[in-house]
Design a protein around this ligand. Sequence first.
Ligand code: 13P
Length: 263
Amino acid sequence: MPGKSKKRAVRSFLQVANWKMNKTIREAHEFIKQFMQVHTSSNQAIWFAVPFTDIRSVHDIVQGNFEVGAQNMNDATSGAYTGEIAAQMLLEAGATFVIVGHSERRKYFHEDDAFINRKVLRALESSLKPILCIGETYDEREDKATEAVLEKQLSEGLKGVSSEQIGTCIIAYEPVWAIGTGKTATPEIVEETHASIRNILEKLYDAEVAKEVCLLYGGSVSAVSAQVLSKTPGVDGFLIGTASLDPESFAKIIALSENDLAI
Ligand code: 13P
């Protein structure tokens, strides 16, 4: 399904903080206040994926300097789905993006690729940029099944996403064994896996389109690993959990990743 979308000469590195189930409104305010004082970079895009209850207030205090988004949503537009949240609710609260298919959602809430795909389509239809998370478990990597796992997650998660829409999607490669474990994937693993993700995208779309998709790495990114990983070919940004909870460590990761990506 080839198609052309606009070509960008340079894109800035994208840093996404995923706070997971952390920070009350008060704590979020405190974080942003401190982060503004220590953060110096001007040429990177900085996004905060915050708990639902923080979206509106963080959106208001960052005053357009950073984007704010959600960590999950439902694919339905409204209705009797107790405890769920719809795209339009996120948009009106100030969200511009949403994380979809995080491995913690897949594992603890049994989300499958079909459900994740419906969320991706709903996010796109609602003008929320989806960050689709994919990644293999330790056993799958040991079994040399990584590529097959990623291919399934991508082909099923992106079913029905057109060549024009894929440029709005962000793919986050998060090997499950590297999340919250302190075991960052090596630059070699990240480079090789990101290349194979682009190959899969080329098969699903075409080379031109695949080249434009923003590909994040996530999994124990820290001030120690950020510099090398940010320069690793094929890495367009990070999705950061633990190290994004502290304003100084998040600012340090950003400072260490200072660069522009030629594409
Ligand atoms: P950690 O950075 O804590 O490993 O979490 C990564 C992650 O899951 C981001 O979505």
